[in-house]
Design a protein around this ligand. Structure first.
Ligand code: NAP
Length: 339
């Protein structure tokens, strides 16, 4: 590509915004032309105001980016076409439809528009065709909003997508979710240190709704979601009941063959990686893989009474959030020939 596409990161200082800034700092197709946060940070250099919580060094070329106000005219003047949104849902609810009306192509992490019938919840490996819903929003005459799934649902959808062909009757999922999933500053250390919290507001309902929309399936879904004292990465214990008889080797083969379904810069060569070691996977591997944090790891595979059980690990802030959004924007650019 001769010239990179100019993008904005809205909510650039939060847990997800930081991953956007890190991943976009050397992206082959996109360049950061605009970054916003809440009003108190406007005019400050990124490195001087952000509380960097990533376990990786802040890239040098984003340190001096000035945090700007949320202003459509200024964004247009800066040449922005694609907007990555890492806003809290209540702020996104107002801001994202306005961005769309102003002609921007919005890739959002917020839940506020996920369930609109003309808005895709896109995971390129699982439902690339859902991207065509943007035409129902008026593209190419207008802007659009594409969302990515809730972080737990993303991991689950990735592991289940290649198994869909066996017919999914029911899904049971119990999550062990890291604190970064609640954003920064998130939970009080007093509440989460040495403790687990067996309730995450709205999370179980999101999993149930989103897995059905993403995979176009209608199973019974049983979910418990638990916050655990881990920084990054959500672990999920999953049991699947199939319409057909499925052997353990079929599941391993399906995951191993689920490769390069879409050839995008942020898609790993093998997006779901199975490990047979009985201590695999663990949240401390959340930033493994290439690109880092984009692989969903599975393990502990077993079969009992016809049901298939396994554990999976998804990096909630990368594949489950900013990395997933960047991959969605890459899918859009490729599918609609913007390269
Ligand atoms: P966060 O850490 O709370 O960050 C929110 C960001 O939005 C910050 O940059 C904040 O700026 C900015 N912001 C807040 N209120 C604003 C306002 N009124 N006007 C302009 N900017 C404002 O949240 P997060 O965890 O990054 O999550 C961002 C979104 O992604 C949420 O919708 C969340 O549900 C979703 N999501 C999160 C995860 C995850 O694992 N964390 C995974 C999937 C989806 P300041 O720093 O200046 O306050």
């Amino acid at each position: 590509m001769d010239k990179k596409i100019k993008v904005a990161v809205i909510g650039a200082t939060g847990a997800v915004g930081q991953v956007f800034m890190w991943m976009l700092s050397d992206h082959p197709w996109f360049e950061i032309a605009y970054a916003t946060a809440s009003a108190s940070r406007i005019g400050l250099k990124y490195a001087s105001t952000v509380h960097w919580v990533m376990p990786l060094e802040m890239p040098k070329n984003i340190r001096d980016i000035e945090v700007k106000e949320f202003n459509f005219a200024a964004m247009k003047e800066a040449g922005v076409t694609i907007v990555f949104s890492a806003l809290p849902a209540e702020v996104a609810r107002e801001a994202e439809p306005q961005l769309r009306e102003n002609g921007f192509y919005v890739f959002s992490n917020a839940a506020s528009m996920r369930y609109d019938s003309n808005v895709p919840i896109l995971i390129p490996e699982a439902n690339l065709e859902s991207l065509d819903l943007i035409k129902k929003q008026g593209y190419p005459e207008t802007g659009f909003v594409v969302t990515n799934a809730n972080c737990v649902t993303t991991g689950l959808a990735m592991a289940v997508a290649p198994l869909r062909k066996h017919g999914i009757k029911s899904i049971m999922v119990h999550s062990y979710q890291s604190v970064s999933g609640a954003g920064y500053p998130g939970l009080s250390s007093f509440d989460i240190t040495d403790n687990c919290i067996p309730f995450i507001k709205g999370e179980e309902e999101k999993i149930e709704k989103e897995i059905k929309k993403i995979l176009s399936i209608d199973p019974e879904v049983y979910a418990f979601t638990v916050r655990v004292p881990v920084l990054f990465g959500h672990l999920e214990a999953v049991w699947l009941d199939f319409e057909q008889d499925v052997e353990l080797q079929d599941v391993i083969d399906d995951w191993n063959n689920f490769k390069v379904v879409c050839d995008l810069p942020s898609t790993p060569a093998l997006p779901v990686e199975y490990g047979s070691d009985n201590t695999f996977p663990q949240p401390k591997y959340a930033f493994w893989g290439n690109p880092r944090g984009m692989v969903v790891y599975t393990g502990r595979l077993k079969k009992k009474n016809g049901k298939i059980g396994f554990l999976l690990l998804v990096n909630n802030v990368v594949k489950g959030a900013a990395g997933g959004s960047i991959q969605n924007a890459e899918a859009f650019v490729q599918r609609f020939n913007l390269i």
